[in-house]
Design a protein around this ligand. Structure first.
Ligand code: GLY
Length: 382
């Protein structure tokens, strides 16, 4: 995803997206420079509360001082807890150390945990907040595009087990999400593009107009003008709508897994090695495969499948199994990796398929043999 020159335009007014979940409702605030006002926003949420900021070693120097200054200006006493960056921090050991760190910092029931970071920081600290003293409130300040448009919204928190990713966790909704889109200026091209795959996903699920908009505006989203705020807000609005009607993934929330059954298998087969494949890159391949699979099943026009892959590739994302550095193994290995996914029920594979761009649906009971044949054709380049 090649960056266009940074926008010199004045920051647009912040956008507020409500997440309607009865007594667990909250707001997502989106805009450039929101970190400076975080203290005031948080003070309004929990007058008199203390805060623990959880962040990672890379972000501690980059963004934590600005947050601490903002909290101090609002009269909020804060402690900083730092974890090593990377997926390995979503472990039992790190979770226990974080809970003990929060207790040592004397975080009480009425206090706040603030997650300042990407998906790892949000998932780990959200889970700690869910169980600490049987639940304390937490605020998400996501610093990656992926976290701003996906993981910080919707209340999924958790850690990994030797049995798989995110298998130990809780639904614990944040009290507030602050998406400062200026924080994304420091992301690498690769990390930005990976998060952008999740933005495109919302258009593919049920908003063909947004996909058209993405095709026309992705360079401006990267550049950081009002289009970036619009992309984040549209994504959060789409996710909020789905979460509001199916918080615990008993139905429609599964649509958010478009491309993810393939993606999770590829991440597993590459050993969760971010040097080879990061989650958003796996999702980009998964989205492309989901549309080509839908085409192969004669559900989706080939033209739509072609547009999906062409847009993701234009943004610098991988779209084919052959794009995975070091390879993926054969079709049997990929299907085997898919059947270990927690979304597999009684041996049948559930996919999110599409009748076209913006027309995705949940398709349970897809025979493994059908999937295997499709993957074998993909690997053969057919
Ligand atoms: N990332 C998928 C979900 O939140 O349900």
């Amino acid at each position: 995803m090649t960056a266009a020159p940074s926008s010199a335009a004045a920051p647009a007014a912040p956008i507020t997206v409500p997440v309607a979940l009865a007594e667990r409702s909250y707001h997502i605030r989106i805009g450039r420079g929101l970190l400076a006002g975080a203290g005031a926003a948080i003070a309004g949420l929990a007058p008199g509360a203390r805060a623990a900021i959880v962040t990672d070693e890379n972000l501690a120097g980059l963004h934590a001082p600005a947050l601490e200054a903002s909290l101090a200006a609002a009269g909020i006493a804060a402690t900083r807890l730092t974890i090593p960056p990377g997926e390995a921090s979503k472990s039992y050991a790190r979770f226990a150390a974080l809970c003990d760190g929060l207790l040592a910092a004397k975080i009480e029931r009425n206090d706040l945990v603030i997650a300042l970071g990407g998906g790892v920081v949000g998932d780990l600290s959200g889970f700690a907040a869910a169980v600490l003293r049987r639940g304390v409130r937490f605020v998400q300040i996501p610093t990656s595009l992926l976290a701003q448009v996906d993981s910080s919204v919707g209340g999924k928190t958790g850690i990994n087990s030797p049995h798989g990713k995110n298998l130990v966790g809780a639904f614990h909704q944040p009290a507030l999400v602050l998406c400062d889109t200026a924080l994304l200026d420091t992301l690498s091209e690769r990390e930005f593009a990976a998060g952008y795959a999740e933005v495109v996903k919302y258009g593919l699920i049920d908003d063909a107009g947004f996909f058209d908009w993405c095709e026309a505006n992705w360079r401006r989203v990267r550049a950081g003008g009002p289009e970036r705020d619009h992309a984040v807000a549209t994504s959060c609005r789409a996710k909020a709508a789905i979460v509001a009607r199916d918080e615990r993934e008993d139905g429609d929330r599964a649509l958010l897994n478009l491309g993810h059954t393939f993606a999770h298998a590829l991440e597993r087969l590459t050993g969760y090695d971010s040097a080879r494949l990061v989650h958003g890159e796996a999702v980009a391949i998964g989205l492309s495969l989901a549309f080509r699979f839908s085409q192969a099943l004669e559900l989706c026009p080939g033209q739509d499948a072609g547009r999906v892959a062409a847009h993701l590739a234009a943004c610098g994302l991988p779209t084919r199994l052959q794009d995975v550095p070091g390879g993926t193994g054969d079709a049997d290995a990929i299907v085997e990796a898919m059947t270990q996914d927690k979304k597999v029920r009684r041996g049948a594979l559930t996919f999110i398929l599409a009748r076209g761009i913006g027309r995705s649906f949940i398709a349970p009971g897809i025979p493994a043999e059908t999937v295997r044949d499709f993957i074998a054709r993909e690997l053969a380049g057919a």
